[in-house]
Design a protein around this ligand. Structure first.
Ligand code: GLU
Length: 291
């Protein structure tokens, strides 16, 4: 054989071996048929979930554990996956992420999915090498100010300094609705809210429930005010790496099952129902796909 033929033959052999690894076609195990992230999760018997550690009511650290709406959704999704992926109980390992580093951590393989108050946007989907599940929640952007602030809504922001978190949709929308304001980006929510407290910004902007989370956890909630209604629509999705079809399909199935079996409602009531810490009128529902 010529050198060219030998290298072609070796290349073919290597390709066969590699595809052979991914081609473990087991009808009992849908993920193995595709060799995607679902296979890795089943093999590890564990899901690593990127969550917020400082963003109540979605994700915050409480002692050694995490609590929040996103945390409960992640745990419930993991439970549903056991029957969907035909696997024994999956351990859930929470990994703290920020708005700024969450995509980097997902793409670096440090987590298998993000359940991190993350809005599904076409930009993130098309440009940032990730995919989203169907929405599991929806919020919208608003403003948090100190109680005596003259700011009543985003229409009062011209010339004002407004803080938001790096890596969030908030700065992009802020530029759309108030191009004449002076925006400053902060690394995470605690730094953003510290800047508001210190008078370094006239307003903080993010999703409404995150701003309410700040008010509730502050020493003096009455020192703050929400200024105006939500002015954007932020559908939250679970983010996964791009082209992980079985993994994403399984998560989509899990989310739809949580809606159908009532578990989603129980979690939503825990965090946002009339008796909860964040009583909120939720205008959101999941439409399960026909079977
Ligand atoms: N939901 C918005 C986003 O994904 C803001 C909250 C956040 O950054 O987590 O950018």
């Amino acid at each position: 054989m010529t050198t060219a033929r030998i290298s072609t033959a070796l290349g073919l052999l290597l390709a066969m071996l590699l595809s052979g690894c991914a081609e473990n076609r087991d009808p009992q195990n849908p993920a193995a048929a595709h060799g995607d992230d679902a296979t890795a999760v089943i093999a590890a018997k564990r899901i690593r979930v990127g969550v917020k550690a400082d963003t109540p009511p979605f994700g915050s650290k409480s002692g050694e554990t995490y609590i929040g709406f996103d945390i409960d959704i992640a745990l419930a999704v993991a439970k549903q996956l056991e029957s969907i992926l035909k696997t024994p109980a999956l351990e859930v390992e929470f990994v703290p992420v920020t708005s700024h580093n969450r995509i980097e951590k997902l793409l670096a393989g440090e987590v298998d999915m993000l359940v991190a108050s993350m809005t599904i946007t076409r930009y993130r989907d098309q440009v940032q090498n990730l995919d989203f599940t169907v929405p599991y929640f929806q919020d919208g952007q608003s403003l948090l100010v100190l109680k005596d602030s003259p700011i009543q809504s985003y229409q009062d922001l011209a010339g004002r300094s407004v803080g938001c978190v790096r890596g969030s949709t908030s700065s992009w929308y802020l530029n759309q609705v108030a191009p004449d304001c002076k925006p400053t980006k902060y690394e995470d929510f605690p730094s953003l809210f510290a800047a508001l407290d210190a008078g370094q910004v006239d307003a903080a902007t993010s999703d409404l429930l995150i701003l309410m989370g700040r008010m509730r956890s502050a020493k003096d909630p009455a020192a703050y005010r929400i200024a105006g209604d939500r002015f954007t629509t932020e559908p939250y999705g679970i983010a996964v790496r791009e082209n992980q079809s079985t993994w994403r399909d399984s998560l989509n199935e899990a989310i739809q099952q949580l809606w159908e079996n009532g578990r989603w409602r129980v979690i939503a009531d825990t965090w946002f129902g009339a008796q909860s810490a964040y009583p909120t009128q939720l205008n959101f529902g999941i439409t399960p796909y026909p079977k």
